[in-house]
Design a protein around this ligand. Sequence first.
Ligand code: SAM
Length: 466
Amino acid sequence: MFADLRGRRVLVVGGGEVAERKVRLLRETGAQVEVVAREIMAADLAGWIGSAPVAWLAREFDESQLDGVTLVIAATSDAELNERVAAAARSRALLCNVVDDAERSGFIVPAIVDRSPLVIAISSGGVAPVLARLVRERIETALDESLGALARLLEAWRGRIRQALPDLGERRRFYAGVLRGRVAGLVRRQRDEEAGRELARLLASPSAGAGSVVLVGAGPGDPALLTLGALRALQEADVILHDRLVSDDVLALARRDATRIPVGKSARAHSVPQERIHELMLEHARAGRRVVRLKGGDPFVFGRGGEELEVLARHGIPFEVVPGITAALACGAYAGVPLTHRGYAQSLRLVTAHCGGGDDGLDWASLAAPNQTLVLYMGVASLATVGRRLVGHGRDPSTPVAIVERGSRADQRVTLARLDELEDVARGGDIRSPALVIVGEVAALAEALHWYGEPPRQWQALRRVA
Ligand SMILES: C[S@@+](CC[C@H](N)C(=O)[O-])C[C@H]1O[C@@H](n2cnc3c(N)ncnc32)[C@H](O)[C@@H]1O
């Protein structure tokens, strides 16, 4: 219900927690709230009483209390009393809400998402309040907390915007750009002054565009591992440039109208050269679009995110970064491998094994040191080399290894082996990218702690079967 209650009297009958919930909301409306109850049982409600705008009428309900009242709320645990309040209100043609009783209510208090001055009300007409609450939670997560501040900024600028852009169509396009662009990003980071300056700049030359790029980590595949920031960026995008590793389930959450451009790369097939990706980002941002550059895992962990930002910085394109859950963390969690389990590992190293052979520049002696967990990215092609080198540099040949293929996806597969078996696994294990290799005593814990997908396959047991 959207009503202007400023300065109006609202009667709440009841002094318990239910009444307290209603008064909490009413305090925000500017209404004069009168609470009818012999006793106040709820602590917050007791605290509010006496300080405007909440007053307490410490007596039984009687009809005369309805004189001059705009709205009535019956919030006692006594059904018969609630009915009496509702009937009295009805006889005076007053709207009354009986809490949790749609049938007796003249109006329903909806669940709300409050981004004042923007308020969204959700109601199931009293039929399924739990469902309405669930929908509220979904909307709550989808909408940025800074939306209210953005609305207030636009309200302050409304007159100037109208004057500068008298054409309605032009104005709508301008607002759409502002709401999804850099101004919104600045408000989100509470840099209101800069947001105002950016708004002024855009208004002075609307054709300059409000294009920007958000570098977003999409996590390893399971959409449940997206951050709220990533989800919101996807829902605000005009253009999404996405990697091959980004799952379809994640892309399905993006704004329907967004243009999706695959710029996938795999170890062998470089389908879109890095330079072309840079060009595409620049092209779309300069055209005033909100570009999301979507990468698997985290953009700064073996993701070339830094290089892309350097290009944007060089060309003066504004950008933001939303981190993602990197494959090491996700694969550890989804395979039941606590990466720094106490007593097993004192450090964790993320290493790219995109080495093959020759001088790969890796310090194998330090990588082979005990009491640490190594997580090797891009290691499928170099599985045998990794095993040989680590053993050659002194790591115990019986060190457990977990190979996690397609971590966090529905078809995740985990293979457990010893370090000295990796050559064998590389030959006959049919290991496919994307896969992550976890080396260290913690890997053996997957046997007992696995919880997701199929149980891990044991390489030795497999060999015995073969
Ligand atoms: C180019 S790197 C990108 C890493 C990414 N930026 C991250 O933070 O996870 C690609 C490598 O990440 C690993 N990887 C990414 N997603 C994976 C997944 N779902 N399961 C297993 N490994 C994954 C694989 O080792 C793959 O070869």
